[in-house]
Design a protein around this ligand. Sequence first.
Ligand SMILES: Cc1cc2nc3c(=O)[nH]c(=O)nc-3n(C[C@H](O)[C@H](O)[C@H](O)COP(=O)(O)OP(=O)(O)OC[C@H]3O[C@@H](n4cnc5c(N)ncnc54)[C@H](O)[C@@H]3O)c2cc1C
Length: 366
Amino acid sequence: MYDYLIVGAGPAGCVIAERIAAILDKSVLIVEIRNHIGGNAYDYYDQHGILIHKYGPHIFHTNSKVVFDYLSQFTAWHLFELRVAANVDGQKVPIPINLDTINELYGLNFSETDLIKFFELAAEPVDSVTNSEDVVISKIGKDLYSKFFKNYTKKQWDLWPDELDPSVCARIPTRTNRDSRYFTDKYQVMPKEGYTELFRKMINHPNIHLMLQTDYRAIEQVIPYKRLIYTGCIDAYFNYKFGKLPYRSLTFSFETFDLEYYQNTAIVNYPNEYDFTRITEFKHMTRQMHPKTTLSYEYPAAVGQPYYPIPRDENTKIYNKYKAEADKLKNVWFVGRLGTYKYYNMDQVVTQALNLFESLKSLENI
Ligand SMILES: Cc1cc2nc3c(=O)[nH]c(=O)nc-3n(C[C@H](O)[C@H](O)[C@H](O)COP(=O)(O)OP(=O)(O)OC[C@H]3O[C@@H](n4cnc5c(N)ncnc54)[C@H](O)[C@@H]3O)c2cc1C
């Protein structure tokens, strides 16, 4: 009899398992349907010996000292500030849009004050911002919207920005200074030995047992447990009784070149050309020295692994029905990106898992 059964060995499952095992001294079984731990943050050395991220580039960034300190128990880090270029009108310019983007794109020599005026003139006021097109056009106008946002969003979601919640495009800021960092969080780092190693250390505890390549459905009636923490898809747990929660998926194709580096930055976005959205060159992020380099090409897809919850009102309504059912259950908790149907970064998922742990502690009278 296990004290806790945890479904999923992604970031959420590993964090909660570690806390329960180490602090509550309870027994934990983690079941993971894939053949590896780490969830979508999984990285591994490919056949050429290059460290790559199987499910797309993962950069750790957070403003939370609590999360950073917690994870630092399991890894050393190196600093890494992501810079992304967008291939627009034949040029590779910084994204998020900043002063250099505009100057390079239009061959100008604007100051920051000039750019503020430029955006004010370009912006088209909207009565109320109700979708992702409104968000962008009301700040920087139609031309930049068309060059950077419109087609990228359509490729990524197979929906036009005016069909998507404002939050989708609002994730990408517009700057008037020359800050070319993709993220502005206080901590921007990469685990020195990779994410898989971080999570391996995290769950390396005598109270934790791990079963890979095991669907929770296959063991739930067979292996006894007292409490369940579920980080898989919440609709799957309830046998899709209110309908399937839709996700946008991705496929990745990897290619290795006999070159030290292929591009100048870790990620180059292709908003308007090709079927893929971006090319990632992992060595920029991992700092690995190697005579060859491996790239990933990222293709959005309608079917496949559940990556991005689709933020539309109708989907939130379905999720809320599952959430209401989940709240009625005793000794079952849903956590993580799939368990709560939210686009969460790793730090947010770690926060969620640490918060859940605080509730479990009071339940266990600790
Ligand atoms: C392309 C891409 C890029 C990203 N980039 C970043 C980034 O740069 N920085 C960042 O902070 N975050 C990034 N993220 C987000 C990050 O991947 C998530 O925050 C994180 O993986 C969420 O962890 P999780 O444990 O909730 O879910 P997951 O990582 O999805 O783990 C859930 C696990 O549960 C398992 N599972 C599901 N159902 C079952 C079942 N029935 N039985 C057994 N096991 C099951 C799954 O196989 C999976 O391993 C990115 C995500 C994607 C898709």
